[in-house]
Design a protein around this ligand. Structure first.
Ligand SMILES: *[C@@H]1O[C@H](CO)[C@@H](O)[C@H](O)[C@H]1NC(C)=O
Ligand SMILES: *[C@@H]1O[C@H](CO)[C@@H](O)[C@H](O)[C@H]1NC(C)=O
Ligand SMILES: *[C@@H]1O[C@H](CO)[C@@H](O)[C@H](O)[C@H]1NC(C)=O
Ligand SMILES: *[C@@H]1O[C@H](CO)[C@@H](O)[C@H](O)[C@H]1NC(C)=O
Ligand SMILES: *[C@@H]1O[C@H](CO)[C@@H](O)[C@H](O)[C@H]1NC(C)=O
Ligand SMILES: *[C@@H]1O[C@H](CO)[C@@H](O)[C@H](O)[C@H]1NC(C)=O
Ligand SMILES: *[C@@H]1O[C@H](CO)[C@@H](O)[C@H](O)[C@H]1NC(C)=O
Length: 819
């Protein structure tokens, strides 16, 4: 009997539990959602993807949020009261009979409301797309969460004149942060940094020194509207468009302005239950303003990411938060009696806040100008290509500082001479980067309202919860099993993606291209993709213009989509692309011109033109460029044709990798269907065994080719070998391909090690005679050993490109340090 009753009670509770928890997507007039962990206090969209309820944001602090629940942990996509969390007890969201939706803190204070009124009855509904909408009886919407976004846009949600995005403070603190996506007065969609003291604000995207049309924006359409659709195409009334790298493969996307100031589009990866970046606005993280505050420099390191460090003579102001910047360690009020001098910082810039500017000034005169003004804190001394002279920019505030090896300008900071000499005695200060992060929990100083619950209700609830718990455990183990099964069945296919932004670089007309190259006269290179000509653009930049032999079947959009991938990549060891031309059947790409041509052409030049220092620099730089392609890019890009012909050298012999990202483009016409990686490609002698064995192609194919190039750099020998490579049977061809250079080097090492002689002698023997015996033995040995690891037949045994960089860098004494 007792058991029977308990069974009935259980049945009853289960039913009640079901009807209230899993299907409620609507809040009716007069009801509330309370802060509690109870299932009835959450609205769930009918597809189960979004929930709306209270989320804990600190110790006893709660915000009303909309969550995307498919990710783990759930993603907060909207917050009602981000800057004013409510108490854990007695707080609730209530839909009043007047039609107003209010958030009551501790049952007393209204912290937030929609300020709506209605004479008829209203209801609140959470839609399948994540929009929370307040309706009246005629199904007119009175208020929508989509109209007041916080930091995230969902598909079909609009950014408008009145609805801008504001980042969160940090990944764990959802209160208002410093970065904003908004429509400016000139109708252009921009990113803005607004400092904590709100005195300082600066625009950083699109590039602020360019006029809107130069960045592909239009100022004429004042409708100020932007949104993306479910296939990941973003479109804005200022003509800014971009596409996610994985068009149409994904169900859920979001566009979020993040605490680090970047605007990123994410696609949801159902299999791994996580978000994957499919586009971002700023590719050089240090170009985002305000991240390091005043008097400090942002430095981007591929291994460590973005870091801040104070200028010499300055110290961090407020420890966990770099946005406050650094303050002087000395007495700031320069008096007339103090003698002042300058500290030099190479390859650095502080953006903005110039109070004066002089063209063609000597360094000495520039220093004198800065000393004249009390307000001059530092000056930027930068070479200008236009006048072929140095310009001098006097700075009153030192903000938006960054240091990057490829920046062509220096900064001189004014300091008292006494300080400078004291700094010179001190050892080089370690960058103070690792500041401990204390996240102070929010303590609300408000009174609680004690909730009174009778014992029996408590008991029933407890029962319901435990039954639900058992159920959840069962269901989740079944789900887990299915998920696990699904996972283990899924192929681990490497996905290739490309990021896009169609606005960054310039479009040229065919006639401009013809004019620039004077009718395609001066050929400077030739490859699988097409012929390269030297040209001079209308703005006097010397360019390398590549004319693709590419079947123009996809139209301009398709072509643009592919090339803009390349346009987004930005690294000192990658060739820079300036633009493209797509007109009729013509397809051209415009690159920066490299004075010293390709590595292949220099390898044979006599007189030790490529001395060991240069060769090592080329090996390291090339590795860095490839490492960026593989790892720093949003989704890695394979090169697939690493060889000396594709490594170009600038005037100081710094290498830049060329011809990347084109693999899809070049081979499209040759490949029948969309099996873009089904065909062998690359260049004989540099090709990894995977191509021949028809194994999955991963970034390790580039590692292999890099290894061969590195061996070639050291030995000066070509990786020759006879190859008859066919698509169907490749085994035999491979053994010859894996060929001579590698075996030759290995034999030299073995013979000497095994029989007679010392380590030294194999080094002497493998080194390129063109270097005339002048090289660093230790470094050369390292390069050879790393290269041999790279050309392992088993791709798992090869290091990644970033590991290669690390191994080489340990032996490079010229690490850049801030002086
Ligand atoms: C929403 O997500 C956050 C973060 O994952 C989580 O802490 C919170 O409990 C969730 N809230 C709801 C109502 O599901
Ligand atoms: C979030 O940041 C704000 C502003 O700095 C601060 O007042 C609040 O305490 C922080 N919240 C948490 C949970 O740390
Ligand atoms: C999204 O927009 C793009 C470009 O306008 C269009 O090609 C695509 O079909 C759209 N997708 C959907 C689902 O509407
Ligand atoms: C301006 O943008 C709106 C969309 O917000 C679009 O409908 C309209 O055609 C645009 N006007 C012009 C002149 O391009
Ligand atoms: C800084 O300079 C001011 C004005 O010259 C002076 O009054 C003050 O004592 C100085 N402080 C220190 C620490 O030298
Ligand atoms: C820069 O100044 C020097 C010396 O004053 C002068 O000889 C030179 O012609 C100037 N260059 C330009 C581009 O004005
Ligand atoms: C709570 O706030 C009141 C006034 O805002 C203040 O006087 C009181 O000291 C605070 N209590 C605590 C425990 O911080």
């Amino acid at each position: 009997m007792d058991i029977y009753i308990i069974f009935l009670v259980l049945l009853f509770i289960r039913r009640a539990d079901y009807s209230s928890s899993s299907t409620i997507d609507t809040l009716s007039q007069g009801s509330s959602i309370s802060v509690s962990q109870k299932p009835e206090d959450v609205l769930v969209s009918s597809n189960g993807v979004f929930t709306a309820g209270f989320s804990s944001v600190g110790d006893n602090a709660f915000c009303f949020t909309i969550n995307f629940t498919k990710s783990f942990p759930p993603t907060i996509v909207w917050v009602a009261n981000r800057d004013q969390p409510v108490n854990g007890i007695g707080s609730k969201l209530t839909l009043l009979t007047s039609g107003n939706l209010i958030l009551l803190d501790a049952g007393k204070i209204t912290l937030w409301s929609t300020e709506t009124t209605s004479t008829s009855s209203v209801h609140l509904r959470l839609h399948d797309n994540g929009n929370l909408v307040l309706y009246n009886t005629r199904s007119q919407s009175l208020w929508e969460s989509f109209n007041s976004p916080t930091d995230t846009l969902l598909a079909e949600q609009k950014v408008t004149k009145d609805a801008s995005l504001l980042s969160s403070k940090s990944r764990t603190n959802y209160s208002s942060g410093y970065y904003k996506l908004f429509y400016d007065n000139d109708n252009v969609l921009r990113l803005l940094f607004q400092g904590s003291d709100s005195q300082i604000s600066s625009l950083y995207w699109p590039d602020p020194w360019k006029r809107p049309f130069e960045t592909g924006r239009s100022t004429y359409n004042n409708s100020k509207l932007g949104m993306f659709n479910s296939t990941g195409h973003f479109w804005s009334s200022d003509d800014m468009v971009f596409s996610a790298s994985d068009c149409d493969a994904v169900l859920y996307r979001r566009l979020t302005i993040e605490p680090d100031g970047n605007l990123r589009m994410y696609s949801f990866d159902e299999k791994n239950r996580m978000w994957v970046v499919s586009w971002q606005a700023v590719s050089e993280p240090c170009k985002i303003h305000g991240i390091c505050g005043a008097n400090s420099l942002c430095i981007y390191d591929h291994a460590l990411g973005r870091k801040c460090s104070c200028l010499k003579g300055f110290k961090m102001k407020s420890c966990p938060d770099w946005s406050y910047g650094c303050e002087p360690e000395f007495n700031n009020s320069f008096s007339n009696t103090q003698e002042l001098g300058f500290i030099h910082i190479a390859s650095a810039e502080f953006y903005g806040y110039d109070f004066d500017y002089y063209e063609n000034l000597t360094l000495q005169r520039c220093k004198e100008e800065c000393l004249k003004f009390y307000k001059c804190k530092a000056f930027q001394y930068k070479f200008s290509d236009d006048c072929q002279c140095y310009n001098c920019y006097l700075k009153s505030i030192l903000l938006n500082g960054r240091q990057t090896p490829n920046f062509d300008g220096d900064v001189y900071v004014k300091l008292p001479k006494a300080i400078i000499s004291s700094l010179e005695i001190k050892p080089i200060e370690q960058l103070r980067l690792d500041c401990p992060h204390h996240l102070e929990p929010v303590m609300l100083n408000r009174t609680y309202e004690r909730a009174r619950e009778s014992g029996s209700i408590k008991f029933l609830l407890w029962l319901a919860v435990s039954v639900a718990g058992v159920e959840i455990a069962c269901i989740s183990s079944v789900l887990f099993f299915l998920y696990w099964k699904n996972r283990s069945e899924g192929t681990d296919k490497a996905t290739q993606g490309y990021m896009l932004a169609a606005t960054r670089f310039q479009k040229f007309s065919y006639s401009e291209m013809k004019r620039a190259t004077r009718g395609f006269r001066e050929e400077i290179g030739r490859g699988a993709g097409g012929v390269v000509y030297k040209g001079v653009l209308a703005d006097h930049r010397v360019a390398a213009i590549k004319r693709l032999n590419y079947e123009a079947d996809g139209g301009e959009g398709e072509f643009l989509k592919e090339v803009s991938t390349i346009g987004r990549l930005n690294h000192m060891n990658l060739i820079e692309i300036w633009g493209y031309c797509a007109e009729g059947k013509h397809r051209l790409l415009v690159y920066e011109y490299m004075v010293n041509g390709s590595l292949a052409s220099k390898m044979v030049s006599p007189n030790n033109e490529l001395d060991w220092e240069k060769r090592f620099g080329i090996a390291l730089g090339t590795a860095k460029g490839l490492s960026y392609l593989h790892e720093e890019c949003l989704e890695w890009v394979l090169h697939c044709d690493v060889k000396p012909q594709n490594i170009l050298l600038d005037s100081s012999y710094h290498p830049k990798v060329a011809d990347f990202g084109l693999s899809k483009l070049q081979y499209r016409s040759a490949v029948p269907q969309n099996s873009s990686f089904s065909r062998i490609r690359g260049t004989r002698g540099y090709m990894a065994p995977e191509w021949v064995y028809n194994l999955p192609i991963t970034s390790k194919v580039d590692v292999y080719s890099y290894g061969i190039v590195a061996l070639e750099l050291v030995t000066g020998r070509k990786p020759t070998g006879i190859q008859i490579i066919s698509e169907s049977t490749g085994g035999m061809a491979l053994s010859e391909q894996h060929g001579r250079l590698v075996t030759w080097v290995k034999e030299k090492m073995k013979m000497v090690n095994g029989v007679r002689g010392t380590d030294e002698s194999w080094i002497q023997q493998v080194a390129d005679p063109l270097m005339g015996g002048k090289f660093d033995k230790q470094k050369l040995e390292v390069v050879v050993k790393v290269a041999l690891q790279c050309v392992e037949e088993n791709k798992e045994a090869r290091p990644s490109m970033s590991q290669v960089v690390e191994m080489l860098q340990c032996h490079d004494d010229e690490q850049s340090v801030i002086h």
